[in-house]
Design a protein around this ligand. Structure first.
Ligand code: ZN
Length: 169
């Protein structure tokens, strides 16, 4: 496995264990050349998936590309790598089970949006804004509306202040 920092090919596995849901093996690796540390995941691939783009073109499904777009959305957000990995696994498993092997790109976008919504609101809006391109203002309003509809524990608000000079009725 090539070191993502220096490109060295001679990285070593320091630790190897299954993830919490036992769907992947997580390996911590170290690069003896630069001392860089990184993590890789080994997982099952049930079948080959083909992505069908809007123009009708097909391309092999690229999990890494999906991971990269999710990571861009999650930039500087503190979400554990394992939760991200589990979310991606869930998306891929759904793609594998719901299709005959051909996936429209929109389907991937929808599943990722669903997954991100459960992980991190900010990442969700970021991803959705790129994915949906906010062609229409109401897309944005719909997304914000969806977020607001989520029940979240909020601190009790102060009661609105009463105007003292209000005329007595
Ligand atoms: Zn290195």
């Amino acid at each position: 496995m090539r070191c993502p920092y220096c490109g060295g090919l001679d990285t070593q596995v320091k630790d190897s264990r299954p993830t919490e849901d036992a769907s992947s093996i997580r390996r911590r690796r170290i690069c003896p050349d630069c001392g860089g540390r990184f993590t890789t995941f080994e997982r099952v691939q049930l079948r080959e998936l083909q992505v069908v783009k809007k123009n009708g073109r097909r391309a092999p499904f690229d999990r890494d590309k999906l991971v990269r777009s999710v990571q861009v959305a999650l930039r500087k957000r503190s979400v554990e790598p394992e939760r991200i990995e589990r979310m991606i696994n869930g998306v891929v498993r759904q793609l594998e089970s719901q299709t005959d092997g051909d996936i429209p790109t929109e389907r991937i976008g929808e599943l990722v949006m669903e997954g991100l919504k459960a992980l991190d609101d900010v990442a969700y809006v970021r991803f959705a804004s790129v994915y949906r391109n906010f062609r229409e203002a109401r897309d944005f309003n719909a997304i914000v509306g969806e977020l607001e509809a989520e029940p979240e524990p909020t601190p009790a608000r102060e009661a609105p202040r009463q105007r003292r000079d209000a005329p007595a009725s």
